[in-house]
Design a protein. Structure first.
Length: 149
């Protein structure tokens, strides 16, 4: 009797873990599952973005994050071109402006579903150069939490 009870307890625990993972992860549309947002992801690096230097880009980042987009960027330089193409495919070019994406194309979280907004070219390109310089020493796969101040 005790062996049967122990067996049922272990089986129940395994089933509970399986269902917990199934309900706290969501399909990312690429055949893999990502955290649903109900759990906290710890970033390896925190980067404070200078809103005073790049105000339009900073405003877009804040709005996108407040709207539910991830503040965490998992660096994925190899996926940047494909992510950029996917994120921008339905957003027409506008003279004098860049199409700013959040999460950025260089983030594994970027691509389809990214928040895209028109930002003046100088602001966006300066912000991109600043971020690139800050992250150049980090390998792909590094998770970076962005704080906009």
């Amino acid at each position: 009797m005790k062996k049967r009870s122990a067996f049922y307890a272990v089986a129940l625990a395994i089933a509970a873990m399986y269902f917990w993972k199934a309900f706290t992860m969501q399909d990312d549309g690429q055949g893999t599952r990502q955290p649903s947002g109900r759990e906290t992801v710890q970033a390896e690096v925190t980067l404070t973005f200078p809103a005073d230097q790049y105000p339009e880009t900073a405003a877009h980042m804040k709005e996108a994050i407040a709207g539910g987009k991830s503040a965490i960027c998992t660096i994925d330089r190899d996926g940047a071109d494909a992510n950029r193409q996917e994120a921008l495919k339905d957003v027409p070019v506008k003279e004098g402006f860049d199409r700013d994406e959040w999460p950025m194309a260089m983030c594994a979280e970027g691509g389809a579903g990214a928040d895209v907004e028109y930002v003046k070219q100088g602001d966006n390109r300066g912000a991109g150069a600043w971020i690139s310089n800050q992250l150049e020493a980090y390998e792909d796969g590094t998770q970076v939490r962005f704080i906009v101040e």
